[in-house]
Design a protein around this ligand. Structure first.
Ligand code: ADP
Ligand code: MG
Length: 364
């Protein structure tokens, strides 16, 4: 099911009585979530991800704008009539019910002509349990399950009615690192098998990058970029997006364009013909550096970290935004650690410049 947001806005009144400042949690969202895809809603904490999800589910009412599921305007429909499945960070299972009863619960609530026979309900519950591979745990109570198993039960419960749209709000946040990896692969597999349009909220860029077909990157209630994870990484629209994606993070420098050349301090690192003279931010991805005796960019060498396949060269530069500049090169390259400076050539595809005031990308 395609989900269309049309000029969707949600404002919350200020909570501070003396100085009520309105919060625009969702600011004029206008985009389409394509049918049958796993879509990541990504952004830092407090940027409006949960509010967006709650508007789509109907738990929150928009201040203005519309929501369509396919051709149907669902803006005024209550959550139970939207055909959605919801999963939250804190599983929210009924503690006194068994796994089986938890999964059955949404089916038992169906009324009128939607009402199902006992046998059909049991079959559907078992099918959902199989999908998340917990069919052996049906008789247990939530307290007898690990966190990962509890989250699978919550996913099965959300899937049992075969929703048109599955909404997941930071579903992996309560799991330890290993389970987080495993469960995110599971979510990818389940989405592939069911083809249910799935919206996956996370603040973790790596999580979103690794499993999503499409990502929506947002900050402070505003959508900054929508695209395939790799496309956004390779072609960020602005400095925020460039900095938010990638571990280790992109290196950012204060720089300048002069006579068609990009400078970081005295180092003229690259030609940028036709770009106006002026101050810029220069972003260089850690994998964009190549050791070169006569290289254009020089760093003061701090230390070298050898990590198997790769070597990280940590250096400093006065114009850098952060204390350390990190370059990742293949471990075949030798670095003379006795030297106090090191020079690099740069891969032009890994170098971005941004307007100093607007922080928008300048293409060259
Ligand atoms: P996220 O899920 O990305 O962390 P939220 O959608 O929960 O962010 O919140 C977005 C913004 O809206 C935050 O500034 C938050 O404080 C505010 N907010 C969320 N819910 C309410 C509410 N019920 N009343 C007032 N402000 C709210
Ligand atoms: Mg949230």
């Amino acid at each position: 099911m395609e989900v269309v947001l049309k000029n969707l806005t949600k404002k919350f009144p200020g909570r501070d009585k003396k100085n009520p400042v309105e919060v625009i949690a969702v600011n004029d969202f206008d985009f389409t979530i394509p049918d049958g895809k796993l879509v990541g809603l990504l952004g830092p904490s407090g940027c409006g991800k949960s509010t967006t999800l709650n508007l789509i589910s109907g738990l929150e009412k928009p201040t203005s704008g519309q929501i369509f599921f396919g051709d149907d305007d669902v803006t005024k429909l209550p959550p139970e009539n939207r055909g959605i499945g919801l999963v939250f960070q804190n599983y929210a299972l009924y503690p006194h019910l068994t796994v089986r009863q938890n999964i059955l619960f949404p089916l038992q609530n169906l009324k009128g002509k939607e009402k199902l026979s006992k046998q059909v309900m049991e079959e559907k519950a078992l099918e959902a349990a199989r999908l998340v591979q917990i069919e052996d745990l049906m008789a247990r109570r939530p307290s007898e399950l690990s966190g990962g198993q509890q989250q699978r039960v919550a996913i099965a419960r959300a899937l049992v009615k075969m929703p048109k749209v599955l909404l997941l709000d930071e579903p992996l946040s309560n799991l330890d690192a290993r389970l987080r990896l495993q469960t995110r692969e599971e979510i990818r597999r389940i989405q592939n098998e069911t083809k249910i349009t799935t919206i996956f909220v996370t603040h973790d860029q790596e999580e979103a990058m690794s499993i999503c077909d499409l990502m929506i990157v947002m900050k402070a209630g505003v959508v900054h970029q929508i695209g395939k994870p790799q496309d956004i990484y390779d072609d960020p629209k602005n400095l925020f997006v460039a900095k938010f994606l990638g571990t280790p993070a992109i290196n950012v420098f204060e720089g300048e364009v002069k006579n068609g050349k990009i400078y970081i301090g005295k180092d003229g690192i690259m030609d940028a013909p036709k770009v106006q003279d002026g101050k810029v931010y220069v972003g260089i991805r850690p994998e964009g550096f190549k050791l070169a005796e006569e290289g254009a960019l020089k760093l003061k060498l701090s230390r070298v970290e050898v990590m198997g396949r790769d070597v990280s060269i940590i250096g400093t530069k006065e114009e850098a935004q952060s204390k350390n500049v990190r370059a990742i090169i293949s471990s075949d390259n030798l670095v003379d650690t006795r030297k106090d400076s090191v020079a690099f050539d740069l891969n032009p595809k890994k170098v971005f410049i941004f307007d100093y005031d607007t922080e928008e990308r300048i293409r060259f």
